[in-house]
Design a protein around this ligand. Sequence first.
Ligand code: 7PM
Length: 272
Amino acid sequence: MLSILEDIKRTGSWAVMGILNVTPDSFSDGGRYDRCDAAVEHALSMQAAGARIIDIGGESTRPGAEPVTVQHELKRVVPVIEALRRQSDIAISIDSMKPEVMQAAIDAGADMVNDVNALQAQGAVEVCARAGVPVCLMHKQGTPQTMQDDPQYRDVVEEVAVFLQQAADRCIEGGIAADRIMVDPGFGFGKTLENNLSLLKGTDRLCRLPYPVLVGVSRKSMFGMLLGREVDDRMVASVTAAVIAYQKGARLFRVHDVAETCDALKVCAAVS
Ligand code: 7PM
């Protein structure tokens, strides 16, 4: 994972992070092994399609989602990390807000932490500092339960940039090396459609921070609002937004449609 970040900083290369949701009800009657096998299979297919990182998460961070207990999150995520680690050397990211889950995931073989709460939970910075893992710090306004109710900003791009710089400062003070930090504007997390479009347009401002920028726009509701399309019909919009973010300096892309996004980014990189 560190070498991916070094490449990005040294050569301006890019990387796609494939999304692996490990939710309890994706196979309602399947036993634990079926679910775990299916998750690993999906991860390997995303690797074959060009993903260099697999982001593994329970569902507790989703907008409107109810919090999940540590025990539940661990039970979902740890077996998948262990099984994927046995079968692949791809970089594994743990998508969690909980220090206990981060630690267990790292022990199971995860290489980085993706935290939509920007390591603000008590003990989260310490876990990541001690393990020496790269971290992705994401901006959100409010909590996942209520954040879409009434987002308010004076200047969304500036406020997100200042938040991310302060979050990075806190991490560095807590012992995380600056070269292990990525930042993410957090599309859809306490943002209106207008806010999300401003952030996409202002990606160049965020890329002036001294950290690689990761964007997660894949299949998000901003495209549902803009286009009136259902979640499974937002691939072209998502890839287009990734291209725009790339051209404004983003280099890490958290996506569902790995092959299509890689094609688009290869074309971008060939002329940049
Ligand atoms: C429903 C709505 C389900 C939104 C899932 C989501 C990001 C993330 C998520 C992001 C980083 C999704 C989101 N989004 N982590 N986790 N950046 N770093 O689309 O934008 O998967 S959850």
